[in-house]
Design a binder for this molecule. Sequence first.
Ligand code: ADQ
Length: 461
Amino acid sequence: MSRLIVVSNRVALPRDRSARAGGLAVGVLSALRRTKGLWLGWSGETVETPAPQPRLVRSAGITYATIDFTALEFDAFYNGYCNSTLWPLLHFRPGLLEHSRANQDAYMRINARFADQVASLVKPDDFIWVHDYQLMMLPAELRLRGLRNRIGFFLHIPLPGPELFCILPAHRQLMGSLAQCDLVGFQTESDLRAFRDYALYEAGGQVRPDGTIEMFGRRLHSGVFPIGIDVEELESLAGEAETDDEARRLADSIAGRQLIIGVDRLDYSKGILERINAIGELLSSRPDYRNRITFVQIAAPSRIDVARYRHLRREIEGRAGRVNGKHAEIDWVPIRYLNRVFPRRQLAGFYRVARLGLVTPLRDGMNLVAKEYVAAQRPEDPGVLVLSRFAGAAREMKGAIIVNPFDTVEVAEAIDHGLRMPLKERQERWQRMMAALRRNDLATWSDSFLDTLTTAERAAA
Ligand code: ADQ
């Protein structure tokens, strides 16, 4: 069996239990184990002089290879081009985009460094799976080094159409690089459509009858592979956590009120400010909800070196404070805001206690919180999911109440609808969503991507 090489910005090392608990790590680890594979990425450390070779650690048949950045590289590559240029643009927010040639150059250099490291470790029949927007130049850099291996790329975040994507001065290099892959995968049909539109209308390429895309002198496969979760893990975590102290404390503290929960990385794409506005709107338009609901928003600190994220944190605190100031009573506040990371098990317990999951990103590749919330519910008395139409998860979670997160009144009405929903309807909606989660769980995601990568007819170079 060919060996798998996974390349992603971060590597979840065996000792780093929190990084290994969710999403990508669980999704790729079993494939890595099966093929005695190799996982390469940044160590999470900045140093004065990065070592020329990656640091190798072997554990349970998998080789972990990590590289370091200098502080300046981290700033220009990660905070700069990745998270102040690509992230906002790919989340349809050109107004937030910051661009500099220096940061773009750093991105190109770091991608080239990743390619050097892969080239030093690769064997001829390995297949290579590259993850996400931090490494879009890697496929081209690998081909420049003469690698003829099968290369797959998966974009975890959305892709806008060419009208927006071409704002990037480096759009041709980035898309030209993806064209060097054998397979490019996306979360949703609309991301794939954007990619095809780029090929057709910007690169002068074509989509052939067999679905392959031709552009920049290459022919490649593409597809939709919505990422799932480990449903059984979430179900059992939530069942166990329900009787833990933390979930009990939360349940006791809401004292019979209805609990609404939001859990996100603190990011402007997640729509946290707009969500707080919707809670304010609900309390203003329907004062009978006063003292009857509690909204808990958990926001994990994220990208704290980027000024916009620090600013957002202050804005959220201010907005939550204003809604609380306006509506709180002497023995009740409507919003509890917690700016921290919780262990997965505790989160699962909190999801289970909440009558309504409020997942309203302005734009999101998938959004795993929506899926985790559903999987954590009690089958005989499940909560309701209110979900943004702009989350990739909305394509599968048809049993959710789907909302436009920009419409505060609509979100407030959806919360009201969800809180009043009869048990039978809640159960029916939840069962539909669970069936979808089980059909396409995390293992299905990585297996189907890798099956397609390894078996797809080799596109001509
Ligand atoms: P993210 O933008 O990080 O992922 P998401 O899919 O919601 O967004 O995943 C977040 C994960 O972090 C979830 O597993 C959640 O449980 C966890 N988490 C969030 N807040 C937490 C907290 N306070 N404490 C502990 N854990 C917390 C990117 C894309 C998404 C895409 C994923 C996977 O932006 O659209 O779904 O990759 O492809």
